[in-house]
Design a protein. Structure first.
Length: 425
């Protein structure tokens, strides 16, 4: 059973921070986390993340540092690289990116010249900000063009349109990846189109990296992708950070290494790299494979409850860990209202735009939720189904405080029955 962290020094020195940490522990313990990009790490990962490795500057790479005293941090970085390559079946890994967005940006700079074109998924159809949304600075450097779903109700990507855009625009990178897309991508078609136009095939697998590592979904490298970009938290269940994986080409790997350091970052966060090494060690266990398969089972169970209640799902269901539901079009509840009422009963998720969103992005039609964190706690299909039923009930009764109070008590009971575990294995 998970217990609070022992924080005597913070308590004595900075009680305001101490109280905030304790309150956050309580929030996480007493509620259910359904934001698909969040998870709960093991105590071993937490210990490494809070270790003395945070004191060490280590600019450069193992064996080629710009500071002395790096023999110990070299051990953990080499170990993280070795484990990442084994998990994802590739030859090269850069584990230094501070997070996912810098990993993406560094890859663009490493493989392209300013003004080159990148073809990525439209944000409104499930893509990510770093795939070319106009509000990001990177669009001032590179030219982004987009592909979309052919039909939001099935989730099918319009691959023929993608090919036509690629032939016309001649992108140097074709990017497969998403932030709010629930279906499997046809990796073979991405590679086929990329080869036809002479582009790199790059996959942003931040959301499903754990599912790939655990063998629960397909690996883009098996289809010939050149590079995989990912965060290290989410379904992978490690510390917050990023990785860039190269399938086999040493020239690509060298370009990416130079783009990270010295191109974009200075010293890596060695406490995070140590924590990542621990998490990747956990991901190599048989238990991790079972865990990832359960994430999928739980997501499908929750999606079915929404479908049974006539709630429209983008893509018509899910092939991964997340669900995007049009609650405004189906229930008359905006995404913001749903987020607020569910938060009040102890369920945390996020409002999210749907394809061709008719409302404001600040109060959109949809909600996005997923199953990594509740699966970490041990919930299986029966419990995931019940949580989905309670979500529907709360949204239908958003103005009935007595009903909401009853739901909150039940959610707290589920949370108490499935505490956040101390260890993964």
């Amino acid at each position: 059973m998970s217990t609070p962290q022992d924080l005597p020094f913070i308590k004595a020195q900075d009680p305001v921070v101490y109280d905030a940490i304790r309150a956050e522990e309580k929030r996480q313990a007493n509620g259910l986390e359904l934001i698909p990009s969040e998870n709960s790490v093991s105590k071993a990962v937490l210990e490494a993340n809070g270790s003395v490795m945070t004191n060490k500057y280590a600019e450069g790479y193992p064996g080629k540092r710009y500071y002395g005293g790096c023999h110990n941090v070299d051990i953990v970085e080499d170990l993280a690289i070795e484990r990442a390559c084994k998990l994802f079946n590739c030859k090269y890994a850069n584990v230094q990116p501070h997070s996912g967005a810098p990993a993406n940006v560094a890859t663009y700079f490493g493989l392209l010249e300013p003004g080159d074109t990148i073809l990525g998924m439209d944000l409104s159809h499930g893509g990510h900000l770093t795939h070319g949304h106009p509000v990001t600075h990177i669009t001032k450097v590179f030219n982004f063009v987009r592909y979309k779903m052919k039909d939001p109700d099935t989730g099918e990507i319009d691959y023929e349109e993608m090919r036509e855009v690629a032939l016309r625009e001649k992108p140097k990178i074709i990017l497969a990846g998403f932030s709010a897309y629930s279906r499997a991508l046809d990796y073979g078609k991405f590679v086929e189109i990329a080869r036809e136009v002479g582009a790199y095939a790059v996959a942003d697998m931040a959301h499903i990296a754990g599912l790939i590592a655990g063998g629960a979904v397909e690996n883009p490298f098996d289809y010939g992708f050149d590079v995989i970009l990912t965060t290290t938290h989410k379904s992978l269940r490690g510390p917050r950070g990023g990785m860039i994986l190269t399938r086999e080409d040493p020239k690509i790997a060298k370009k990416i290494d130079k783009a990270i350091f010295p191109g974009l970052q200075g010293g890596p966060h060695m406490h995070r790299v140590a924590a990542l090494a621990v998490a990747l060690g956990e991901a190599l266990t048989p238990e991790f494979k079972t865990y990832q398969k359960q994430i999928l089972k739980n997501a499908k169970a929750m999606a079915q409850v929404f479908l049974d209640n006539d709630v429209r799902l983008m893509g018509g269901g899910t092939d991964n860990h997340l669900i995007l539901a049009d609650v405004y079009g189906s229930m008359g509840v905006t995404g913001q209202e749903a987020e607020d009422v569910l938060d009040a009963v102890g369920i945390t998720l996020n409002k999210n735009s749907i394809a061709d969103e008719p409302r404001s992005m600040f109060d959109p039609s949809g909600i996005r939720f997923g199953t990594p964190a509740i699966t970490t706690r041990g919930l299986k299909e029966a419990e995931a189904t019940r949580v989905a039923e309670l979500m529907i009930k709360a949204m239908k009764n958003k103005d009935d405080q007595s009903v909401l109070d009853e739901i909150k008590v039940e959610i707290e009971g589920i949370a108490a029955s499935f505490p956040i575990p101390d260890s993964f294995v």
